[in-house]
Design a protein around this ligand. Structure first.
Ligand SMILES: [Fe+2]
Length: 389
C-alpha cells in the first residue's frame, strides 16, 4: 500500500430539514432539463416521491419516474431504469430511497455513459466515463450510498444470486440531499436495520487496514452519534433531532468506508442477502458482534476507542470485549434479529446449513475481505456463519 492518501465524497452535501428544496436549482443551475427519478414503490406509496415531484413541478422541471427497484436491487432493475432513461430522453438522475434505489440509479448511470451491461463493471475502477449528473436523496439513515463510490447490484443470471460490487470514484454523486424530514416516517425495524448498517460501515472502516486519519475521524464521529441517537430514532420516529443526527452519522460513515474500506462483516452479509434476501442492515447487524470478536486479535486499541465512543466509562480489564458487548447491547435494544435463523424466520425465508460452504466461498471472494484487519480462512468463515446460524 502506498503512503498517498486520497479522500473523496460527493461534490456537495446538503444536510438539514427541508433541504429537498435544493433539487430544482441543482438541475437547472447545471443546465440540465429532465431527470429520471429512480425509486421504489414504497417511497411512492408513502408520498415521499410526490414531495420531490411537487417541488420539480413547481419549478417547471419535467421528469420521468422509475419505481420498480426491489430490495437487494438486481441487474434487471438497472436495465429497466436505463431503458426508461433512454426512452424518456432524460439527461440526469435522481436516486431517491434507501441504498437499493440510489444504487440502481448509479447502475443506470453506468449504462448511460459506459454502455454494455452492468456485470462488466463489477470490481474496481472499470467505468469508462463519469455518470450523468447524479443527485442522491437518501430516505433512510443507513447505506451511505449518497457519499460513496460503491454500488451493489444482485446478479440474477448465474446458477445462484450473488452481489456484484462496483467500486469507482466515478460513482460518487454530484450532489447529495440528506433531508431528515424524509426519514421521519420510517418504521422502527427499518430505522434499526439501516442504522446498524451505518454502524457497521463506521466500525469496519475504523478497523480497516486501509483506514487513514481522515476516515478514522469520520468513522469514530459516526459511531458516537449512532450509539447516542439510534435508540431514540427507533423509539420515536418523529424525534427530528435523533433523525438529523442519524442522517449526519450515516453520511459520515459512508464517507469513511468509501475511502477506508469495509471488512468481513459486509463480506459475509452480502451472500446472506443474495441467498436468502435477508435485509442488508439486519445481515450486517446480526453478524457484527461475533465478527468483531473474531477481529479483536488484530485491533484491540481501536476496539477500546469504540467502547469509549459507546459512552462506557469503565471498560474493565479487556476493553476490546467491552466494544463487542456495547454493539450487542445496541442490537438487542433496537430488536435486531439475534441469529441468521431468526432473521430468516421474520421474513419467511428458507435457509439451509448445507449452504455454509458456498456462502463462505462467496464471502472470501468479496471485495471487502482484503481490508479486514484479521485475515480469515475458509474454515474460520464457516465457523463464524455457524456461530451466527
Ligand atoms: Fe452496508
Amino acid at each position: 500500500m502506498s503512503n498517498v492518501t486520497a479522500f473523496q465524497m460527493a461534490d456537495i452535501l446538503f444536510t438539514g430539514a427541508g433541504s429537498l428544496a435544493q433539487s430544482p436549482e441543482l438541475i437547472s443551475g447545471n443546465g440540465l432539463k429532465k431527470p429520471l427519478i429512480v425509486t421504489d414503490k414504497g417511497i411512492v406509496k408513502v408520498g415521499l416521491a410526490k414531495r420531490l415531484q411537487d417541488i420539480l413541478d413547481e419549478a417547471g422541471i419535467s421528469y420521468a419516474l422509475y419505481d420498480g427497484t426491489v430490495p437487494n436491487p438486481t441487474d434487471d432493475n438497472v436495465g429497466e431504469a436505463y431503458a426508461m432513461y433512454q426512452k424518456e430522453g432524460c439527461d440526469c438522475l435522481i436516486g431517491m430511497g434507501g441504498g437499493s434505489s440510489m444504487d440502481t440509479a448509479k447502475g443506470c448511470g453506468v449504462l448511460a455513459t459506459s454502455g454494455g451491461t452492468i456485470d462488466e463493471y463489477r470490481g474496481m475502477g472499470l467505468l469508462k466515463a463519469p455518470l450523468p449528473f447524479y443527485i442522491a436523496v437518501p430516505t433512510t439513515a443507513g447505506t451511505g450510498s449518497e457519499s460513496t463510490c460503491a454500488a451493489v447490484i444482485t446478479n440474477t443470471k448465474g446458477d445462484h444470486h450473488w452481489k456484484m460490487v462496483l467500486l469507482d470514484g466515478k460513482l460518487l454523486p454530484n450532489a447529495a440531499i440528506i433531508d431528515p424530514q424524509l426519514m421521519v416516517g420510517l418504521p422502527p425495524f427499518i430505522t434499526a436495520a439501516t442504522g446498524m448498517d451505518a454502524m457497521t460501515h463506521a466500525v469496519e472502516a475504523f478497523i480497516s487496514v486501509a483506514a487513514s486519519e481522515y476516515t478514522d475521524a469520520m468513522a469514530i464521529g459516526a459511531i458516537k452519534l449512532i450509539f447516542k441517537y439510534l435508540r431514540r430514532a427507533v423509539a420515536n420516529g418523529n424525534d427530528i433531532e435523533a433523525r438529523e443526527k442519524m442522517a449526519y452519522a450515516q453520511t459520515m460513515a459512508g464517507i469513511a468506508f468509501s475511502n477506508g474500506g469495509l471488512g468481513l462483516v459486509h463480506s459475509m452479509a452480502h451472500p446472506l442477502s443474495a441467498f436468502y434476501n435477508i435485509a442488508h442492515g439486519d445481515a450486517n447487524a446480526l453478524l457484527l458482534p461475533t465478527i468483531i470478536d473474531f477481529n479483536k486479535l488484530a485491533c484491540r486499541e481501536k476496539l477500546a476507542e469504540i467502547a469509549l465512543a459507546s459512552g462506557m466509562t469503565d471498560l474493565g480489564p479487556n476493553p476490546e470485549d467491552a466494544a463487542v458487548e456495547a454493539l450487542q447491547r445496541l442490537n438487542d435494544d433496537v430488536n435486531i434479529p439475534s441469529s441468521i435463523s431468526d432473521a430468516a424466520s421474520r421474513i419467511g425465508a428458507k435457509i439451509n446449513e448445507a449452504d455454509i460452504a458456498a456462502l463462505s466461498k462467496d464471502a472470501l471472494n468479496e471485495v471487502s475481505t482484503p481490508t479486514n484487519p484479521r485475515v480469515p480462512s475458509i474454515p474460520e468463515i464457516e465457523a463464524l456463519y455457524r456461530k451466527c446460524w
